[in-house]
Structures are given as C-alpha cells and as structure tokens.
Ligand binder design. Sequence first.
Ligand code: NAP
Length: 243
Amino acid sequence: MHCRSCLKGDFWACESPLATGISTDGGYAEYMVARMEVLTQIPTELSSVEAAPLLCAGATTLGAMKSSIAKGGDLIAIHGLGGLGHLGIQFAVRLGFKVAVISRGEEKEELARKLGAQIYIDSNKQIPSQELMKMGGAKAIFCTAPNSKAISELVSGLARGGQLVIITFANEPMQISPVELMRAVRSVSGWIGGNAADTLNFSVLTHVVPMIEEYPLEQAATAFEKMMKAKVHFRAVLKISEG
Ligand SMILES: NC(=O)c1ccc[n+]([C@@H]2O[C@H](COP(=O)([O-])OP(=O)(O)OC[C@H]3O[C@@H](n4cnc5c(N)ncnc54)[C@H](OP(=O)(O)O)[C@@H]3O)[C@@H](O)[C@H]2O)c1
C-alpha cells in the first residue's frame, strides 16, 4: 500500500510511508484495509498475478525511461537482466529505443534477444563502455545491477550529453572521473518508483508481460528465501486462493 506521495514516485521523501514490507506489516495477507485514494484498478486484461510485478519493478523501469533524456531511436543500455531488467528491455523496445543489454556471462543472451534487445554485451568477456562507444555511445544507461564498481565503469560508454540513470540499491560509493563527465557533458542521476496506473495501462496496450514464479500464500517463506538468494526468475508472486 502506498500513500499519495509514494504513488507520485516520491516514496523516500514521504513523511508517512505506508508501504507494506518496508515500513508497515501486513503485505502477505488475504485481506487488508487501504485508503481508497491510494488504490489502483487492475485492468481486466491482466490477472492480479501478472499485474503485481508491474506495480514496482515495472513502474520503476518505465518511469526511469520515460523521464530520461533518451527518445525513440536512441541507443540505450540496460545493465543487469533480472526482475527490473527483463521488464526494462520490454519497455525500452516498445518506447522505440535501440536496446543493448549488459549482463555477466553468455547464458542470458538468448533471453535478452527474445525480449527484443538488439545488442547483448557479456561483461565477463567484453568491456561494456568500449562496446557502447563502438556504436557511438548510449544516450542513457539504466543501471539495475547492484554493483557500484561496475556502474562507475559504464560512464565512459555514454554518448555526448548521455545520462547514467541509477535505479538499483548499491551501497558502496561510486568512483567516477570528473573528466569523464565533463568532456562529453555526461550526467549521473537516480530514479525511484513510478506511476502504477500508467504502467499497467502501458503494459496492456503494448503487451508487456512479467516473467513470474507463482507460489501459494502458504509458501511465502519459501518464496521469500528464494528471492533473497536471487534464485527467482524473475519475480516471485504469492497467489491467494479464491474461494
Ligand atoms: N529504484 C527503485 O524504485 C527500485 C524499485 C525496485 C527495485 N529496485 C532495486 O533494483 C535492484 C535490482 O532489482 P532486481 O529485482 O532487478 O534484482 P535481481 O532480479 O536480483 O536482478 C539484478 C541483476 O543484476 C545482475 N548483476 C549483478 N551484478 C552485476 C554486474 N556486475 N554486471 C552485470 N549484471 C549484474 C544480476 O545478474 P546475475 O544473474 O549475473 O547475478 C541480476 O540478474 C535492486 O537493488 C532493487 O532493490 C529499485
């Protein structure tokens, strides 16, 4: 449950956040009480299970992309192919971007391309910033992988005027050369949250579908443990039995 400020993407600035699972208990329950102005209607085209990941991972990635400086036709990159990344690729393709995905190892290339990415950069074998610069640099890079060092190294893969958008929680400080920013007028910014209703509508209109592992409510502990070990592809959703 989010209050009005949270829904505007201003969760951390909110003085009374009501987000279950973060500051308020009661998320894993059949029933809950919520203020009506903070509710969002799930479109009939989506099941509640499909809609669930769109309300956070989806809203965040779509919001970050729509508010970035990148426009349709631009090359953008998505760093990390997990819960946020797999939705990010789908949104980016539908927004008309040329999409490069940066991930570790060869295993995720097939999925990245299946989801619509034109370019796959294996950061175990290639230097992502160099690969991006061979194509002229990315107008925006959306960082979902929680690794400050890897994020810092991406700055030099930005095109002139390009924007690094951080949407991951990575606690270590980043180390970025001021010259790398200055000489190509690059910038670094952050993004949090997004608009749930817009994201649901956009997803229905453009057929964005999250990849989900579904668990009954009774197995919440198992789902939580798997999620914490990053073993879920790509979102664990608790299904509450109807009846
Ligand atoms: N800004 C917001 O409002 C917002 C909203 C929701 C979530 N988040 C945050 O966003 C982050 C990502 O969430 P998620 O659900 O997408 O997590 P996730 O499913 O665990 O995905 C993260 C991905 O990053 C990859 N990765 C890790 N280190 C990497 C590196 N050095 N290079 C390339 N890829 C790397 C991992 O790939 P491997 O398979 O190689 O490990 C994994 O697939 C989390 O910190 C989460 O808390 C932010």
